[in-house]
Design a protein around this ligand. Structure first.
Ligand SMILES: CC(C)(COP(=O)(O)OP(=O)(O)OC[C@H]1O[C@@H](n2cnc3c(N)ncnc32)[C@H](O)[C@@H]1OP(=O)(O)O)[C@@H](O)C(=O)NCCC(=O)NCCS
Length: 308
């Protein structure tokens, strides 16, 4: 978590106040300036100002509308075996009867943006389920450990924002909740965005400070297994970076477990490098060197044009 999150909210570290002048003139000038300053409230710094925006104004100002819909290849479909196929050897599962083929069809997905407070409870639970499914093992095997309570608390930080991805449902078609991937256990519950499918992927982020720099920090990105490898992750990251660019932030940052080689390859392809503040190996008192189990990655946003 970035160091600037204090008591839940993002706050810039205070700079030391300047020494006071001894002259009478400067003291009376100082008094007048202080009175003026009290009369005209100082505008909030960029990060605090952005976090203070209601979500609808945040979306209007910083979210490109064209990114809120996407079309991805449909699920793989089982197809009946033809006569000719009968002579071919069984597949890896020993399945002679069916073969899997990429369906030519595509599925429409929609994206909506929320704060930690505005995420409907069922969507919040779907996000938590995705994290548990895809990352709890990495947490367990790391020095951090897996704590559902801590993760839920972090997910509820007031300045956290969510990009939620779900299939667009045809009008009148109820969501059964029976998606693949083991994360969509419950059918549409009360609290899920009305007329929308279950959340199958999300990215959570915060506009914050990291080592004094104004950054957009990606806390989580998780996709249901059936949605991976189709460009959805890249789409979410591109949208997240574009929001950071439009806000006027310096860089995009994230943390990745070293063991998560798929995610590291993914971030590498998206142009992320190891950040200058990524933790270094530590030499313990007994002389052994302890390698950190995670990396902090970043990508400059200013002067860096979007990939797509
Ligand atoms: C990491 C993750 C978000 C990637 O999303 P995705 O939708 O599968 O990735 P995309 O289809 O958008 O692929 C983007 C690029 O990454 C590459 N990539 C994605 N998965 C890959 C894999 N398993 N092996 C190698 N390259 C891969 C793609 O080839 C693609 O490159 P291209 O743009 O040159 O074609 C997704 O796999 C996931 O949810 N994983 C589980 C959760 C997780 O580990 N999150 C990261 C926590 S730090």
């Amino acid at each position: 978590m970035p160091s600037s999150v204090k008591e839940g909210r993002v706050t810039k570290a205070k700079s030391k106040s300047r020494s006071t002048s001894s002259s009478v003139l400067s003291s009376s000038l100082g008094k007048r300036r202080r009175e003026h300053a009290e009369a005209t409230p100082k505008p909030l710094p960029l990060v605090e100002r952005t976090n203070a925006l209601p979500i609808d104004q945040f979306i209007e100002k910083y979210v490109p509308q064209s990114s809120l819909q996407l079309n991805l290849p449909g699920p793989k479909q089982k197809q009946k075996q033809t006569h000719d196929d009968k002579d071919k050897p069984a597949d890896r599962n020993g399945d002679h009867d069916h073969k899997e083929q990429d369906s030519p069809s595509t599925t429409n997905y929609i994206i909506d943006i929320h704060t930690a407070q505005s995420v409907p409870p069922a969507d919040f639970q779907a996000c938590f389920n995705l994290i548990e499914l895809t990352s709890s093992n990495d947490y367990m095997n790391s020095s951090i450990g897996w704590s559902p309570a801590k993760k839920r608390k972090e997910m509820k930080l007031p300045d956290m924002r969510y990009i939620l991805l779900r299939p667009a449902l045809a009008p009148g078609r109820p969501d059964t909740g029976q998606h693949e991937g083991g994360v969509d256990k419950a059918p549409s519950e009360e609290g899920t965005g009305a007329g929308k499918g279950q959340v199958l992927g999300f990215l959570s982020f915060m506009v914050t400070y990291e080592d004094g720099k104004e950054v957009i920090y990606c806390y989580e990105i998780h996709l249901s297994p059936t949605l991976r490898g189709k460009g959805a992750g890249k789409h979410l990251m591109t949208l997240y970076e574009e929001i950071g660019r439009r806000v006027g932030l310096e860089k995009a940052m994230l943390t990745v477990f070293k063991a998560n080689t798929v995610a590291r390859r993914f971030y590498d392809l998206l142009g992320y490098d190891v950040d200058e503040y990524s933790p270094q190996p530590r030499r313990l008192r007994n002389g052994t060197v302890k390698e950190p189990d995670y990396l902090i990655l970043s990508k400059a946003l200013k002067g860096n044009l979007p990939d797509v």
